[in-house]
Design a protein around this ligand. Structure first.
Ligand SMILES: Nc1ncnc2c1ncn2[C@@H]1O[C@H](COP(=O)(O)OP(=O)(O)OP(=O)(O)O)[C@@H](O)[C@H]1O
Length: 343
């Protein structure tokens, strides 16, 4: 018996006669926020809809808490879903939108009043309870949609790009709120996004998808620091992705006692370059010039044009004085900052 909460085995999905997902398997943990991360068209929505029971041509098995749900209709799966478009009832107040599922379940008015009041407080919309969706901002409408799903305490809450219609500031605020609800209520959530920063910020676990396949599953740090293949190394973060022969040109013949192979791929994280070797170990001195500077919030990012004609992205925290551009510069790199892709 697996202790996983949701277990998907050998999932296959066809849409309009085209096979979109083949032989996909993964597990998600209870009381955690797991993210499906992948580029547009990678199949995230399709898999989510299959888990919810909204797709027809699905093969394979889906277990929720050990029980097979694949043959159950959507309304018997105990799974909630929040969509990108808020899909609120426009002719109902905020209160009635949130109360809707409880009314369908024929709960008493007293219970409905109490539970909706708690939800309104949780999502910070108590003062909007009699408002209609048209009179709410996008972020407020999405909070109503989330409250409407959470009030039913589904075993699993699926969220399909719930923030993508919102502007950057509200997106960050609401993603933090979603994370807080998830932790406070101990809800298991499966969250779809194509935004790697969003996935990194809120997830316990990330499932990276491409072309209908799981490319890697792991914690944000594992995915960031140890990408399994070049697709992930490129898709996640702003790593330097180099070939073994470029690593050799920078002076490293071995990395952690392993001979560098010309055809292998390696990543160097931009924040791991140093202006002075900070510790013992095998440091390489790299000469070059900085050619560009951009401010990334708390960090400054530069392009370091190395004397070996290999451009590298490097980053320093803002409290470091800005470095001068176009002046000869030496930077230091410890071999431990270089990670072979796939290891
Ligand atoms: N009804 C359909 N009929 C045929 N093909 C479809 C249908 N819906 C989606 N597809 C295809 O299935 C693939 C996966 O689509 P899906 O919407 O799951 O991707 P996604 O990762 O959620 O993308 P996005 O981030 O753009 O929403 C795409 O190639 C898409 O063109």
């Amino acid at each position: 018996m697996s202790s996983s909460f949701l277990r998907v085995e050998n999932l296959g999905i066809s849409l309009s006669g085209a096979s979109i997902i083949q032989g996909m398997s993964f597990n998600i943990k209870p009381n955690a926020l797991t993210t499906f991360l992948g580029p547009s068209g990678s199949g995230k929505t399709t898999v989510l809809r299959a888990i919810a029971g909204l797709n027809q041509n699905v093969s394979g098995q889906i277990f929720l808490e050990g029980r097979e749900i694949q043959t159950l209709p959507a309304n018997q799966r105990d799974i909630g879903m929040v969509f990108q478009s808020y899909a609120l009832f426009p002719n109902m107040t905020v209160f009635d939108n949130i109360a809707y599922g409880l009314r369908v379940k024929k709960k008493s008015n007293k219970e409905i009043e109490q539970k909706v009041a708690v939800m309104l407080e949780t999502v910070g919309l108590a003062d909007k309870k009699m408002a209609y969706p048209d009179n709410l901002s996008g972020g407020q409408q999405q909070r109503v949609a989330i409250a409407r799903s959470m009030i039913l305490h589904p075993k699993l809450l699926l969220l399909d790009e719930p923030l993508s219609a919102l502007d950057a500031k509200i997106r960050i605020e609401l993603r933090n709120q979603i994370r807080r609800y998830q932790q406070e209520f101990g809800i298991t959530m499966l969250f779809v996004t194509h935004d790697q920063a969003e996935a990194m910020a809120i997830s316990d676990d990330i499932i990276v998808m491409d072309q209908g396949k799981v490319q890697q599953q792991g914690s944000p740090m594992e995915i960031y620091a140890k990408p399994k293949n070049n697709f992930i190394a490129k898709f996640i973060g702003n790593h330097n992705l180099l070939t073994g022969s470029e690593i050799k040109q920078l002076g490293f013949k071995t990395i952690m006692d392993q001979t560098v192979q010309a055809q292998d791929s390696y990543i160097i994280r931009p924040e791991l370059f140093e202006q002075r070797p900070s510790s013992n170990g095998s440091f390489m001195e790299i000469s070059g010039k900085l050619s560009q500077r951009s401010v990334l919030g708390d960090r400054l990012q530069y392009v370091f044009d190395t004397a070996k004609h290999i451009p590298l992205k490097i980053e320093f925290l803002n409290q470091t004085l800005p470095l001068e551009l176009n002046r000869p510069l030496k930077l230091y790199l410890n071999e431990s900052a270089i990670q072979k892709v796939g290891d």
